[in-house]
Design a binder for this molecule. Structure first.
Ligand code: ADP
Ligand code: MG
Length: 539
């Protein structure tokens, strides 16, 4: 019943059709829903994790191992489950990798919490213990981390490789790792990295091994006029945010044309204006024009006559990258274009890639924006390589941002668990239980890595704990050999930032879900047209 009884008279507080669950039931329900989400992605964790095939309502298929992508495509309804999806999104947006880890950790924290709730420990005690443990975990992580700088190419390549393992990109991961590291180190500007300066362009066809780093920008565009050169060396590039067209007469303006002569005069005038615009551009010394807006046919003709290559309707985001890559300035008034605004590229060339024209603006001088052109045999491959490259690029950027990395393969989590259990001893009673529970939850990562690779999780965890007790804090599970090894030696390392974020966001969502003890859901409203399938047409 959705109301309270007052002097025998029921008072309805909630709308009809609304449902309400309270107390332990509500808790159990939310925890269950959140854990279901975690379980769904757990089997994809790590290099040997399985892929998922997702089919959307239109029948489009995505095959992926990427936690964020999976959760994004699954149409999740339950509010607590949605909160888990948010964790993946936050993780993805802030660091770009570690999404599965964050969700799996949150699921395990909730599992541990559920068992404490079963022992009549109040949720506030649990959340307090979790928060204490989280802060300690952050401290331990910072303490464990080692330094990495942009000069440590080998370390950075390992970081890129670790981020990519498990995705189908793995077959060419050495080449891709190299490309990602070079890309990130190229766009560092005053110690800052904006991964948006790395344009990822993909073109189906060829093989993953044809993927390349272009020191400049690749545009999915063609040269606008057949009479223009398709190849310009030592290109001086005008970047225009203005149409090379005559604006349509606006409003009520009228021209009276009452004779063929007048019409001809009108056309001549237009042509003269367009030729004037082209002359202004040519006078600056530009031999390439990249225009965000349109270019009139007549203007195209004159540009071609002057040997200028041009492309029109270039995307705004590409224009900005072009400016960064070529050192040019985007000009929005042709009259103001000057020699100093031109950008430079050693070569601008239109090439046919897998049957489509693309314009390569390359060999730029110290470009601050560059392109990774991804190739692969099928759409699925290209898409998965793109996700892998994005993870690797963001991974390398994250590592350089804090200048720190930690060992992967579960090493970090086993060490965290060990030190947190030690730390728990400084507390008494229930709080100690909560901190210990947090510590134990960390071990879900090595356990899942082992399980997903077909190794015995209990055995491997015991071996890992023994190594860490001996002080080998880099001991992790090499899932390919099934052996416990020094992860820094086998090159399985990850940015500290990813681990920090995964711990923070998983602890936060677990806390949020634990605080819920009352779920009030409105009844499905009838009037929501969008929810109803459209009625069939009448014949
Ligand atoms: P996430 O979405 O969390 O990044 P991944 O599927 O990418 O999930 O898996 C990341 C985990 O895989 C990390 O814990 C990382 O240390 C581990 N890992 C990556 N490469 C290896 C490897 N060669 N051996 C063992 N573990 C690895
Ligand atoms: Mg990953």
């Amino acid at each position: 019943m959705n109301g309270v009884q007052l002097a025998g008279q029921p008072i309805l507080v909630l709308q009809e059709g609304a449902t309400r669950t309270k107390g332990r039931d509500a808790q159990k329900n939310s925890i269950e829903a959140a854990r279901t989400v975690a379980d769904a992605v757990r089997t994809t964790l790590g290099p040997m994790g399985m892929d998922k095939m997702l089919v959307d309502s239109l029948g489009d298929v995505t095959i992926t191992n990427d936690g964020a992508t999976i959760l994004d495509e699954m149409q999740i309804e339950h509010p607590a489950a949605k909160m888990m999806v948010e964790v993946a999104k936050t993780q993805d947006e802030s660091v770009g990798d570690g999404t599965t880890t964050a969700v799996v950790l949150a699921g395990e924290l909730l599992k541990e919490a559920d068992s404490l709730l079963g022992q009549q420990i109040h949720p506030t005690v649990i959340t307090k213990g979790f928060r204490t443990a989280k802060n300690k975990a952050i401290e331990i992580l910072n303490d464990m981390a080692s330094n990495v700088s942009e000069k440590d190419k080998a370390l950075l390549k390992n970081i890129a490789n670790t981020a990519m393992t498990g995705k189908s990109a793995e077959k060419a991961s050495d080449l891709l790792a190299e490309i990602c590291v070079n890309a990130v180190t190229k766009v560092i500007e005053n110690g800052e990295i904006d991964v948006d300066d790395i344009k990822i362009e993909k073109k189906q066809g060829g093989s993953i091994n044809d993927t390349q780093l272009v020191e400049g920008i690749v545009l999915d565009k063609e040269v606008v006029h057949p009479g223009m050169p398709k190849r310009v060396e030592n290109a001086k590039i005008a970047l225009l945010d203005a149409a090379i067209e005559i604006k349509d007469l606006e409003g009520d303006a009228k021209i009276n044309i009452d004779s063929p002569e007048k019409f001809q005069a009108f056309l001549d005038e237009q042509e003269k204006m367009l030729r004037g615009m082209v002359e202004k551009i040519v006078k600056t010394g530009a031999n390439v024009v990249l225009c965000q807006k349109g270019i009139d046919d007549i203007a195209q003709h004159y540009l071609a006559k002057n040997g200028v290559m041009a492309a029109r309707r270039v995307k705004k985001s590409d224009m900005e990258k072009l400016a960064k890559a070529t050192g040019g300035k985007i000009v929005s008034n042709i009259n103001e274009l000057s020699k100093n605004d031109l950008g430079y590229a050693g070569l601008v060339e239109e090439r046919k890639i897998a049957g489509d024209e693309m314009i390569f603006v390359e060999r730029c001088k110290d470009p601050k924006a560059i392109t990774i052109l991804i190739r692969g045999g099928s759409e699925h491959v290209v898409d998965e390589v793109e996700r892998a490259v994005e993870d690797a690029v963001k991974g390398v950027a994250a590592a350089l941002e804090l200048g720190k990395f930690v060992p992967g393969g579960g090493a970090t989590e086993v060490e965290l668990a060990r030190r947190l259990r030690e730390y728990a001893e400084s507390f008494k009673g229930r709080e100690q239980l909560a901190v210990t529970a947090f510590a134990n939850a960390m071990e879900i990562i090595p356990k899942s890595l082992a399980e997903n690779a077909g190794h015995d999780p209990i055995d491997k965890l015991a071996l890992l704990r023994a190594e860490h007790d001996k002080g080998n804090l880099n001991a992790g599970l090499n899932v390919f050999t099934g052996k416990v090894e020094d992860m820094t030696k086998c090159g399985v390392i990850e940015p500290l930032k990813i681990k920090l974020q995964a711990i923070k966001s998983s602890a936060e969502v677990a806390e949020m879900i634990l605080r819920i003890d009352d779920v009030i859901a409105a009844g499905k409203s009838e009037s929501k047209g969008g929810q109803q399938p459209p009625s069939p047409p009448e014949y």
